[in-house]
Ligand binder design. Structure first.
Ligand code: NAP
Length: 285
């Protein structure tokens, strides 16, 4: 679908009150039949403060994998949804790495900003699209975790990291999750590392033994990260700091995927004001 000049020029007006309620931007949600996208679609309708204009999933062409919210137009392709919804709109993507890449290109061609919830995309692809979105005057808000609790945990972890050099992350997800470690754990590790660098704090000695022996995890920016994949789990993360005589454990549990809807609504409200790639919900809170 070709870009219309008014689509790149039209600002998306949104507002947010203290309770995080947002208004305006018309959402086109891809991956709407998936475990996450489906829960978010239903929760957005229940919240009633965001305009879910269309939902998209390939199985809409036959039998949707999961029941979709009633009264919301459903499409098998993003191209069809964008053509029907028109401008202004925001694409919210909860598919997987490969379809998400195709959706980034479609949104770019249509002059529509994107809130990217899918994880596992290559960093090089994300950087390239970030530059293309910036050149088009569009926002690409990449959010590895929409949970307000998980995002605020990262802020607290970044603060603790300036006092406690020794820290490791343990993330646990359902056994169907394809990528590891999780995007959230990678982002938490990077935030901790940035915070340490800013404070001139060197990683603790424990990090040096990670990745060497079995069971010592993957080192991300000097922070060992351990990934568990188990049936029964949803999305869980522990950030554990250690110092002589004490441990500090920050823990977050996403018990139901509806918890992501509040963060999605805030991201949608913010992305119209962004240009190029911005990573993390905390950047717009
Ligand atoms: N950012 C966050 O806070 C957050 C939280 C949780 C998960 N995630 C991420 O969200 C993504 C989805 O996770 P999930 O567990 O919900 O996955 P899922 O249950 O497998 O759902 C995938 C969705 O993508 C659709 N899809 C699959 N292939 C497609 C294609 N080629 N073109 C268009 N749509 C396609 C599926 O449609 P059909 O059902 O019609 O096949 C389905 O709606 C993952 O990357 C996950 O890591 C992000």
């Amino acid at each position: 679908m070709p870009a219309h000049p008014d689509q790149t020029a039209t600002p998306i007006t949104s507002s947010s009150d203290k309770g995080g309620r947002v208004t305006s931007a018309r959402i086109v949600l891809t991956g709407a039949t998936g475990a996450t996208g489906n829960a978010v679609a239903h929760a957005l309708v229940t919240r009633g403060d965001a305009d879910l204009a269309a939902v998209v999933a390939p199985s809409v062409a036959s039998t949707p994998t999961r029941p979709l919210p009633t009264g919301v137009p459903a499409f098998a392709t993003l191209e069809d949804a964008l053509a029907a919804v028109g401008s202004p709109a925001v694409v919210v993507d909860f598919t997987h790495a490969e379809p998400a890449l195709a959706h980034l290109q479609l949104a770019l061609d249509a002059g529509v900003p994107v809130v990217l919830g899918a994880t596992g995309l290559d960093e090089a692809d994300l950087e390239r699209f970030g530059e293309l979105f910036a050149a088009a005057g569009l926002g690409l808000l990449q959010v590895p975790n929409f949970s307000l609790g998980a995002v605020l945990l990262m802020r607290v972890a970044a603060e603790l990291a300036t006092y406690f050099p020794d820290v490791e992350i343990v993330e646990t997800h359902h056994d169907g999750k394809r990528d590891s470690p999780s995007g959230t754990a990678v982002l938490a590790a990077r935030r901790i590392a940035e915070s340490r660098r800013a404070a001139g704090v060197e990683p603790g000695a424990g990090a040096g033994s990670a990745g060497v022996g079995a069971g010592r995890g993957t080192v991300i920016d000097g922070v060992p990260v351990h990934a568990l994949r188990l049936p029964g789990a949803t999305a869980h993360q522990e950030v554990v700091f250690g110092a002589p005589g004490e441990l500090v454990t920050l823990r977050h549990d996403a018990i139901d995927r509806s918890c992501y809807a509040a963060g999605v609504a805030r991201a949608v409200a913010a992305v119209g004001g962004l240009r190029g790639r911005v990573v993390g919900l905390d950047a717009v809170l």
